[in-house]
Design a binder for this molecule. Structure first.
Ligand code: NIG
Ligand code: FE
Length: 403
């Protein structure tokens, strides 16, 4: 008789495995975990002859895959509270950026902060996500904009891997420094900083910001060509403030994801569908910037583009410390269904990070990343704005939050 480490029972499971039942739901489920992986999921009545070392009876609670926040700028120095106030006084994000504020002001504060300080402050932010069921989080560089600080940010991000799994994105093309020749800057990022970060094992994905106030398609293509030659996948901040053809460019490079997409055209949607590029929707930035143009959700849905939802936690455009808040806003503002929102922070978020084989659904073979909730229905996770619904989390079979 085969032994297993842990059996979860007396629970309902939203497996998020596509199929007939909404949420891939199983009433009265059993979930067997062995050596960090799920080895069996199904109706308890069909549970095979496995002997658990430990059993967790969950009092009828819902179990979902551990949540995945696939787009954050969690590591940064300083804050941008003054900019928030300036915008409320009438200034726009672009005006602030062009005047040398915005991303560049976070760059100045991140350059002077030492690693210990950045770790302390990012960890404090991370605790909020852990407390609401996040077991995987993506963290970008991009507030360094010089070789040394970009690497420092990525080291800090790697250091935070622990209770949650951290995936890093190199975002050297986030804002062009004002005091430096543009071409020289792009060359430094493409030819020096990215190879150095890759050699140090600090990069999982390469990201860039394609926008009028940021980088051009030609500059982004240079970076993506280098990423390809280094064997690294890419993703892109695309079409956030204007239609820069970002979605189509991302698709041309078989990007894992294109993110924001408020201004993406039908052609961009079609290109993403053909390439299998995930659409990452970021309602926090949409709300904080009081935008009015929404991403083309109906077109994305119609074309079969997988949609993910993320917090975009950053000091400028999305001071958001809750992935569940992003789920609620994705429903309320972008008209996702609660099931789409949950898929957006589990299965589709895993795909956006290149982790679909490992996590994002409750099925045999995947890591045992599990979140247990005090809710009556899975839709409740997208229904409340704020509040604490989590009962318990496991990352790869290891318990994280216990109350
Ligand atoms: O995802 N769009 C560019 N990057 C961030 C904003 C970063 C900042 O303003 O500091 C975003 O919204
Ligand atoms: Fe971003």
């Amino acid at each position: 008789m085969q032994r297993i480490d842990l059996l979860l029972t007396d629970c309902r499971a939203a497996t998020m495995v596509p199929g007939e039942a909404p949420y891939g739901a199983i009433e009265d489920a059993a979930i067997a975990v062995h050596e960090g992986h799920i080895v069996w999921v199904g109706p308890r009545a069909e549970f095979p002859d496995l002997t658990p070392v430990n059993t967790a009876r969950l009092g009828g609670r819902w179990v979902t895959p551990g949540l995945i926040d696939c787009h954050t700028h969690l590591v940064f120095g300083g804050d941008r509270i003054g900019e928030f106030e300036a915008r409320l006084g009438g200034a726009t994000y672009e005006e602030i950026a062009l005047a040398g504020g915005g991303i560049r002001s976070s760059v100045a504060a991140t350059r002077v902060a030492d690693e210990a300080e950045l770790i302390k402050r990012a960890r404090k932010r991370l605790e909020n996500f852990v407390a609401e069921g996040v077991t995987t989080i993506e963290i970008k560089s991009g507030y360094g904009l010089d070789l040394e600080t970009e690497l420092k940010m990525l080291r800090v991000a790697r250091y935070l891997d622990g209770d949650v799994r951290v995936v890093t994105s190199f975002l050297g093309l986030h804002a062009a420094p004002k005091d430096q020749d543009r071409d020289a800057y792009v060359a430094m990022i493409v030819d020096e900083a990215l190879p150095a970060a890759k050699a140090a094992g600090l990069v999982d994905i390469v990201d860039a910001y394609l926008e009028g106030i940021a980088f051009t398609p030609a500059e982004v293509s240079r970076l993506f060509d280098k990423a390809r030659s280094l064997g690294l996948p890419v993703r892109l901040h695309a079409d956030q403030l204007s239609d820069g053809g970002g979605a189509a460019l991302a698709a041309r490079y078989d990007a894992l994801s294109a993110d924001h997409l408020e201004h993406t055209s039908d052609a961009g949607v079609a290109a993403m569908a053909a390439a299998g590029t995930v659409a990452v929707l970021l309602p926090g930035a949409f709300v904080a910037l009081a935008e009015t143009k929404k991403p083309p959700v109906a077109a994305l849905r119609g074309a079969g583009v997988a949609m993910a939802v993320a917090s975009d936690c950053n000091p400028g455009t999305s001071p958001m410390l809750s992935l569940r808040a992003a789920m609620m806003l994705a429903c309320a503002q972008f008209r996702l269904t609660p099931e789409e929102a949950l898929a957006g922070v589990t299965r589709n978020a895993a795909t956006a990070l290149g982790l679909a084989a490992e996590t994002g659904a409750l099925e045999a073979g995947k890591l045992a990343d599990l979140a247990v909730w005090d809710i009556e229905r899975p839709a409740e996770l997208s229904y409340w704005l704020g509040g604490s619904l989590l009962h318990k989390t496991w990352r790869a079979g290891v318990p994280i939050v216990s109350r």
